[in-house]
Design a protein around this ligand. Structure first.
Ligand SMILES: NC(=O)c1ccc[n+]([C@@H]2O[C@H](COP(=O)([O-])OP(=O)(O)OC[C@H]3O[C@@H](n4cnc5c(N)ncnc54)[C@H](OP(=O)(O)O)[C@@H]3O)[C@@H](O)[C@H]2O)c1
Length: 325
């Protein structure tokens, strides 16, 4: 099969399409003939050499895909050859075929094309497992999403609105803010020209938001804590603003705040299967009802993975970038 190989750590140009061995499935896995794979910011970090695949995972990049099942392991009962599916991967999505544990596979949500379904597994599992399963974000509360126009952000805005949450989003341009507004965000803040803490306070009568989904980390930590209501929960999923900082902890005690962080890729297959099952139960109905839509910015042929990475690193995209073998 053809796959994108990281020929050495470096810029987008190190991504090259090559002929490689087909993956071999284990008893509890299925083989998917890939219709589309989607990019995630983590793929760019893996390409640079700082985010190696977990033990046992494919060496090729790609954390999610959609496609048709081509083979099933002897212990797999739910899926059969010919089923159209999408899947959460530990790697290997930038390829014509990928092997994946059966528990990380999902049916194509009704109303979504086989190709566009590739845009859902990673964002749905990340957002559902963090702010919903762990931070217990619920109807009537207020959420602040940083990077509202990102793959993660465009999904989080739609899902939170579907569940009756008031949503504030930050982004770095008027075009991105307008996209967040169209997805249902109640308040859109240009973090380049406005102070998001002041805007959050102004809109909440000085109280702050209940939950924050944060992809920035260190450089936002104090300001995120300053933006939380009593009992507020900060969930950190990325470190685009660094990992080391100093904060005043007094507000954690005074306002009973919780700070959590989690990564999806390093979780065990059993844990990923639990999350995938919760996503099918809680998120798939929202997609089937047309309330959460795939937001695809651009499709690239698999052979143009380098160009796709350049686009992601330019941060001019809104939503997901897909690779089509
Ligand atoms: N922990 C996990 O399991 C997990 C899983 C998936 C993703 N993630 C993380 O989630 C984040 C989003 O991932 P993605 O794949 O959706 O990436 P993406 O589509 O490339 O989006 C990243 C966005 O971050 C925004 N950004 C950069 N600096 C910002 C700032 N200072 N304030 C607000 N926004 C800023 C950029 O938009 P602007 O132009 O608005 O700046 C960009 O659109 C990444 O950090 C990724 O590593 C974590």
């Amino acid at each position: 099969m053809k796959a994108i190989v990281i020929t050495s750590p470096g810029g987008p140009e190190v991504l090259q399409i090559q002929d490689v061995e087909d993956p071999v499935i284990k008893e509890d896995e299925v083989l998917i003939k890939v219709e589309a794979g989607a990019l995630n910011r983590a793929d760019t970090i893996q390409r640079k050499g700082s985010y190696p695949p977990p033990k046992g995972a494919s060496e090729y990049p790609g954390l999610e895909c959609s496609g048709t099942i081509e083979a099933v392991g002897s212990q797999v009962s739910r899926w059969k050859i010919g089923d159209q599916v999408c899947a959460l991967l530990s790697g290997g999505g930038y390829a014509e075929k990928v092997a994946v544990p059966a528990g990380q596979v999902l049916p194509i949500p009704p109303g979504v094309s086989l190709k566009d379904a590739a845009s859902f597994p990673e964002v749905a599992c990340t957002v559902w497992s963090t702010i919903f399963m762990m931070s217990q974000l619920s109807a009537g509360e207020t959420l602040l999403v940083h990077g509202g126009s990102s793959g993660i952000g465009t999904f989080a805005i739609q899902m939170a609105k579907y569940l009756g949450v008031k949503v504030f989003a930050t982004a770095g341009s008027e075009e991105k803010l307008s996209a967040c507004k169209d997805l249902g965000a109640d308040l859109c803040i240009n973090y380049k020209t406005e102070d998001f803490v002041a805007r959050v306070k102004e809109e909440t009568g000085g109280k702050g938001v209940d939950v924050i989904l944060d992809n920035i980390g260190a450089s936002y930590l104090q300001r995120n804590l300053d933006s939380l209501n009593i009992g507020g929960r900060l969930f950190i999923i990325g470190f685009m603003g660094g990992t080391v900082t100093q904060v005043n902890l007094a507000c954690l005690l005074a306002r009973r705040l919780t700070v959590q962080a989690a990564g999806l890729r390093s979780r065990s297959p059993e844990n990923k299967a639990e999350i995938v099952s919760e996503v099918e139960k809680n998120v798939w109905p929202a997609i089937a009802a047309g309330k959460v839509k795939p937001i695809v910015h651009k499709y690239f042929p698999l052979s143009e993975a380098a160009e796709a990475h350049q686009l992601m690193e330019s941060s001019t995209h809104i939503g997901k970038i897909l690779l089509v073998p």
